[in-house]
Design a binder for this molecule. Structure first.
Ligand code: JFZ
Length: 442
């Protein structure tokens, strides 16, 4: 009996260890570093859901049955899609990677998959979007990350009975997670085998099986068996970073942490009660208007200055900004998005030094602006130009050897006494961000 319980305890410990112990490979750590330096990426929400022009949740929101939704397959014919244009748009915006929807909750696969008929090859378009994007990204030196939904509003084997969403799709059968899991593994194997190097997989949909964000108990109603999914991904492509938009503390096996419509540590969306990880790379995904997928009536576009300030603020919190576009059903990106992206790229030509490769500032964002750092340089981003000066009570460096505007290198007045630093600003201009560079030493 005693022996048996000892064996049980040993087995339990082993199981715990297995669940918790995850040692990222050297290639993975290197990719995380690259990601941390990248700071700016493009999220692309696109697929047959773009056709109704009502966002990517249209199937659920309009209570469209699987049968009726399937009609979209015959309409999806994005004749104006041009991978070269999309990737250069991202590149011109100063973005370093693209996160592309491969399969959203509606279950449509944007690539030539053997495991579902509801895919791009069965549309009039008949061309593998993921392949075209992967080839072009590799050609232009942009890393490709893939969004993959864990939740499916269409498949019978997805555990839909316990799902929070997808209840109006007309499914009658019983979910069967074992076959659904195998399906996901098969599809992920395709994505990680046929499209060259993939920067990461961006999972989403876990929350379909939990109480809402903010609830005390967010445990999942199903066991997703992430160790099997994550193990497969890291085996196929060790550098491939795994992130999961579960809005919780990262699980073992995950390589970055994302925040949805929020900067880390803020919870304006009501989706981000989780704390920012102290050691994993962070990413904030944000929309340009209020929608992820193309929305014909959503004209609430954030201004270029607002978007630039969000990029600055996320950098100052040590996070990447994954800025979303929802291209139109014909494959074109709407002019309001292009205009803002180009504007951000222009700004980054001058100010990129204070964004790329930086780490979080020694202080959190303040009412006047925020701070990023790189080596012996501290970048003070004065986002509110009304401020006459900026004070740091506990300046963490012993010396400031020089202070100047990043824009034109013109000198800026400063003082450093008894550990307190003051930067005289008082810029009477309308700059989006007056970046003051401090050369510091210890
Ligand atoms: C998820 C997706 O549902 C959405 O379509 C988009 O892809 C975004 C990036 O990620 O957003 C969510 C996730 C959870 C909830 C709402 C939107 N939720 O729990 O209410």
């Amino acid at each position: 009996m005693k022996k048996l319980s000892l064996v049980c305890i040993a087995l339990l410990c082993l199981a715990r260890l297995n669940a918790q112990e995850y040692k990222p490979s050297a290639a993975n750590l290197k990719q995380r570093e690259w990601f941390n330096d990248a700071r700016f990426g493009m999220f692309i929400h696109w697929g047959p859901f773009s056709i109704p022009g009502a966002g990517e949740w249209v199937m659920n929101e309009r209570k469209v049955t699987v049968e009726n939704y399937s009609r979209l397959e015959k309409f999806f014919n994005p004749i104006d899609f041009d991978a070269e244009k999309w990737v250069s748009t991202a590149k011109n915006a100063g973005m370093k990677y693209i996160t592309l929807i491969t399969r959203h909750h509606d279950g449509f696969s944007m690539w030539d998959t053997k495991y579902s008929d509801f895919n791009i090859m069965n549309t009039p378009y008949k061309k593998d979007i993921v392949k075209m994007m992967a080839d072009e990204c590799h050609k232009q030196g942009i890393k490709l990350y893939l969004y993959y939904s864990l939740l499916d509003w269409r498949r019978e084997d997805y555990p839909h009975e316990t799902g929070k969403t997808g209840q109006f799709s007309g499914r009658k059968g019983h979910g069967d997670y074992a076959t659904y899991l195998q399906f996901m593994k098969n599809q992920l194997t395709e994505l990680l085998t046929n499209y060259g190097e993939i920067g990461g997989i961006w999972f989403d949909g876990h929350w379909d099986q939990t109480a809402p964000e903010g609830a005390a108990d967010r445990s999942s109603r199903i066991d997703w068996k992430y160790n099997e999914i994550y193990g497969l991904i890291h085996r196929l492509q060790p550098q491939c970073m795994i992130g999961n938009n579960h809005h919780m503390t990262p699980f073992a096996g995950e390589d970055f942490q994302m925040f949805e419509q929020d900067l880390p540590g803020e919870n304006k969306s009501g989706l981000s009660f989780q704390q920012a990880s102290a050691h994993l790379p962070l990413e904030a995904c944000i929309t340009i208007n209020g929608s992820w997928g193309f929305n014909l009536t959503d004209t609430s576009y954030k201004s270029k200055p607002a978007l630039i300030r969000t990029l600055v603020k996320s950098s100052s919190l040590g996070a990447n900004l994954l800025l979303n576009i929802g291209p139109m059903p014909n494959g074109e990106i709407q002019p309001e998005f292009i205009e803002r992206l180009n504007g951000m790229g222009e700004w980054l030509k001058t100010y990129g030094e204070s964004i790329y490769g930086t780490t979080a500032g020694f202080v959190k964002p303040q009412s006047w602006g925020s701070v990023t750092q790189k080596g012996n340089k501290v970048y003070i981003h004065i986002l509110d130009p009304k401020n006459a000066s900026v004070l740091f009570d506990k300046f963490p460096f012993k010396k400031i050897t020089k202070a100047y505007l990043l824009k034109d290198k013109s000198a800026v007045k400063y003082s450093l006494k008894n550990g307190s630093a003051a930067i005289t600003t008082g810029f009477s201009n309308t700059e989006i961000d007056n970046v003051v560079v401090l050369d510091v030493a210890n």
